[in-house]
Ligand binder design. Structure first.
Ligand SMILES: *Cc1c(COP(=O)(O)O)cnc(C)c1O
Length: 229
């Protein structure tokens, strides 16, 4: 199927469920992104700052860019002027830098906390108690230029559907707990970014509001690592 057809069929599947589609275009050329754009897709995700900045300069300005990969503090300044959602905030230090750069750009930057749910210890993310600690900290509470709008997680790369389902279930449970404890008076905390090409249906069953799909839209990438991390 063509990229356009893939987008249209995913929209048909996801729109009725109110699940947002982030088209993960990492390693793919601008022509591929424009095909998805012509099919109506406006949210695109990249996993490196370098590729994100280059594509943002070259492509239509109404694209909503998300950074889905790991972010180093020293690179925040390059994306702060335009980024619409950072999916993988995994420390207070990084959040403080996002806050600082957002302030310089006179804006508020939406962020998700990345939570570590997979077995692999190579994957980034906060543990449950670290997430709670971050939200409790007075440093976070004083930040005026970031908005934490939800959580993101990457499940273990396995064929074991039961295991993946359990990991997503745990993330959903944490999400509900944090919402009740820290965001009672606000609707801001509403996004659960979970699900990639191989597991998005399981993620949606467990309450995902935002799926990050690359190969299902653009075809396989030319390198073997699933997440590109
Ligand atoms: C690459 C990537 C995706 C998309 O992966 P696919 O398996 O191609 O759908 C999703 N999330 C993150 C964080 C990624 O790096």
């Amino acid at each position: 199927m063509s990229i356009e057809a893939n987008i249209l069929s995913l929209k048909t599947e996801l729109d009725p469920l109110k699940v947002k589609l982030v088209a993960v275009s990492k390693t793919k050329p601008n022509e591929d992104i424009l095909q998805a754009y012509q099919a109506g897709q406006r949210i695109f995700g990249e996993n490196t700052v370098q590729e994100l900045v280059k594509k943002q300069e070259e492509l239509p300005k109404d694209i909503e860019w998300h950074l889905v990969g790991h972010l180093q503090s020293n690179k925040v300044k390059y994306i702060a002027p335009f980024i619409s959602l950072i999916h993988a905030v995994d420390s207070l230090k990084l959040l403080a830098e996002v806050n600082k750069q957002a302030q310089k750009n006179n804006r508020i930057i939406n962020c998700l906390l990345q939570i570590h749910i997979a077995d692999e210890d190579t994957k980034f993310g906060l543990d449950f108690d670290e997430a709670i600690e971050l939200l409790r900290s007075s440093e976070y509470q004083q930040m005026q230029h970031i908005r934490i709008v939800g959580l993101m997680g990457i499940a273990t790369n396995t064929e074991n559907q039961k295991k993946i389902t359990e990991e997503f279930y745990e993330l959903r449970t944490l999400f509900k707990g944090l919402k009740a404890s820290f965001f009672q008076n606000s609707d801001d905390f509403s996004e659960l970014s979970m699900g990639m090409s191989s597991d998005y249906k399981l993620a949606i069953e467990q309450g995902s509001t935002m799926v990050r799909l690359g190969s299902n839209i653009f075809g396989e990438r030319n390198y073997p690592n699933k997440t590109g991390i």
